[in-house]
Design a protein around this ligand. Structure first.
Ligand SMILES: Nc1ncnc2c1ncn2[C@@H]1O[C@H](COP(=O)(O)OP(=O)(O)OP(=O)(O)O)[C@@H](O)[C@H]1O
Ligand SMILES: [Mg+2]
Length: 442
């Protein structure tokens, strides 16, 4: 509370008599840290405003402004300042006024030093205590305010973070949902696309089959015409013999056998066409011999080739070339490849105007390791390098509309792929084209 032995308070002392002023000033100055001395009430008021004392000790009777008027002014604006009145004996009539104003203490003049000292010390301690309490209060308030601000800031940050998190979570959920939907859509689309592809493939096979049928009908007519010719010629011969010199039993037997052969041939062709045109959803895992498939295919078209001077050379393996699949489909592949080869050699000849050119198609088959292989080679116009990559595309064709739809190779490719096989093409323009079908051996 005390520093340098002096009370850390500010005291204003007001006294008009010079001698008294000097005495009291000396006493007070010993134990008060800041002391101001005024000569009358007016000056006291000015000093009060200027120095904000904690304690005012004042005489009553003074010129210019008396002590009571001064303290009344001060008390009106300051409830806290301690007020001590010094009064001479016989000035008791002022006591009631002083009490009303709110004066803290009275001292009778002449004041004993000890009394003055102990009063000032007592009041001073109260002042210091009050100041400390106030300080503490200010500190507490500041701490409270700091805490409040901190809390606010914390709440704000939590709010902000919560908001951010909520947003993030929302966004994440949205993104996840989107992804899920996308996945679902994708799956659906893939499935649909697959279904579409399968259907297309089926349709293409059907279409190609129909086209082959159209193309084949000409050939079939040829094929049937041949034995029919034989039959009518045979019957003519018999009739002729009957109306002339007659015939031996042996002659008749041979003739009839020959007629039966021709009839058999026709039956065979009709059977084949019927089977070929059946719905091809048929089994996909029967054992197929490539050699007999080639023969079956040729039975439908060989006459055409013969009539158009195409040399067909067969180079088939002595043993069977077994694979697994559907023989009508394989036959369809062979027919497609043969039709391409035939077109190629015909075109080549048209270009050459050269009778010495022999249109040649070679069909080979062989087994190698676990593979059954079929090759169809022609010496036709060949395939330009730039087209080699496209020939398996559906509807890719270099032919006029009436000659090609561009489906043959893509269908064949589909069929061979389905059988886990491969189809490759080697070619040189105006030299040759060789198509190789490689299938797993059975
Ligand atoms: N042996 C071949 N020689 C020359 N070109 C060929 C041969 N095989 C195929 N091509 C070329 O490949 C193209 C596609 O053949 P693909 O069999 O798929 O259709 P296309 O023969 O044109 O028509 P489609 O077979 O439907 O009647 C042909 O147009 C032709 O240009
Ligand atoms: Mg074709």
């Amino acid at each position: 509370m005390e520093s340098n032995g002096k009370l850390d308070i500010t005291v204003l002392f007001v006294e008009d008599e010079e001698l008294l002023r000097a005495i009291y000033e000396r006493i007070l100055d010993k134990f008060v840290k800041r002391l101001y001395v005024a000569e009358n009430g007016k000056e006291g008021l000015e000093f009060y405003k200027k120095y904000k004392p904690d304690l005012i000790i004042t005489d009553i009777m003074m010129p210019v402004m008396d002590g009571l008027e001064m303290v009344e002014h001060i008390r009106q604006r300051d409830n806290n300042v301690r007020l001590v009145i010094l009064s001479a004996y016989g000035e008791a009539e002022y006591f009631m006024d002083a009490i009303k104003i709110g004066v803290n203490s009275f001292l009778l003049k002449p004041v004993e030093t000890k009394k003055l000292t102990s009063l000032v010390v007592e009041l001073g301690k109260g002042i210091l205590l009050e100041r400390e309490v106030k300080d503490q209060e200010v500190k507490r308030k500041k701490a409270e305010e700091d805490l409040r601000k901190l809390n606010e800031e914390l709440e704000r940050r939590i709010d902000e973070r919560t908001r951010d998190l909520k947003k993030e979570i929302k966004e994440r959920i949205l993104a996840e949902n989107e992804l899920k939907e996308l996945n679902l859509n994708l799956e659906k689309r893939v499935k649909e696309e697959l279904k579409k592809r399968q259907k297309q493939q089926q349709l293409l096979i059907q279409k190609s089959k129909l086209e082959s049928m159209g193309e084949l009908s000409a050939g079939i007519a040829h094929e049937i015409n041949q034995p029919l010719g034989g039959i009518s010629m045979g019957l003519d011969n018999i009739l002729f013999k009957l109306s002339n010199d007659g015939f031996s039993e042996e002659y008749l037997r041979n003739k009839i056998n020959a007629l039966f052969k021709d009839i058999d041939r026709i039956r065979q062709i009709i059977n084949h066409v019927r089977i070929f045109s059946r719905d091809q959803d048929a089994t996909l895992n029967e054992i197929v011999d490539l050699n007999s498939t080639v023969h079956d295919a040729l039975s439908l078209v060989s006459m055409q080739y013969y009539n158009q001077n195409i040399q067909l050379s067969l180079n088939l393996a002595d043993e069977k070339c077994y694979t697994t699949g559907n023989k009508y489909r394989v036959e369809q592949v062979v027919l497609n490849l043969l039709s391409n080869a035939k077109y190629a050699v015909d075109e080549r000849q048209k270009k050459l105007f050269n009778k010495s050119f022999v249109k040649t198609i070679t069909i080979s088959s062989y087994n190698r390791e676990n593979l059954a292989i079929l090759e169809i080679e022609d010496n036709g116009i060949g395939i330009a390098k730039k087209n080699l990559d496209n020939i398996f595309d559906p509807f890719f064709t270099t032919k006029d509309v009436e000659y090609g739809t561009g489906l043959g190779l893509s269908i064949s490719y589909g069929i061979i792929k389905e059988m886990k096989g491969e189809i490759t093409v080697e070619s040189q323009v105006n030299k040759f084209t060789k198509v190789r079908v490689t299938l797993p051996a059975n």
